[in-house]
Design a protein around this ligand. Structure first.
Ligand SMILES: [Zn+2]
Length: 131
């Protein structure tokens, strides 16, 4: 079991590395970092601005999962979105480095078909169904 757990972290590592880029950004801009159940949660400071302004969602995102790193606007948003974001963590553990390309491809195909790139994305549907 321990070996499988370590392999899931290794498989998700390329995506996790993207998330870890936000740790110093948060720390240098009055944000924070904590670890909850094996997941690094990064919040506040520049992370809050990134989530508010740099996503494709009209009002920004409350949180975002990048491997075993979850970005949140603040600690409360991390608490409120934890169940949903943990589904995305499990998805990254299954898809590994293919998660981001698969997620973005699904969104693009949906958008090209006139559907909602976020709300109809199967990764989001699973996360909303399970949280
Ligand atoms: Zn989601």
């Amino acid at each position: 079991m321990f070996v499988l757990r370590m392999l899931s972290y290794l498989w998700a590592l390329p995506t996790t590395m993207l998330g870890l880029v936000f740790v110093p950004l948060a720390m240098l801009t009055r944000g924070g970092v904590r670890v909850v159940s094996g997941v690094v949660e990064v919040y506040g400071g520049w992370v809050e601005i990134f989530l508010r302004r740099c996503t494709l969602l009209p009002n920004g995102a409350s949180a975002m999962t990048l491997g075993h790193v979850v970005l949140g606007r603040d600690e409360m948003q991390l608490d409120l979105t934890r169940a949903h974001e943990r589904v995305h963590v499990r998805q990254v553990e299954r898809w590994g480095p293919l998660f981001i390309p698969a997620y973005l491809t699904a969104s693009l195909v949906l958008w090209m078909r006139g559907k909602r790139a976020y709300a109809d994305n199967p990764f989001e549907l699973e996360a909303f169904r399970c949280s």
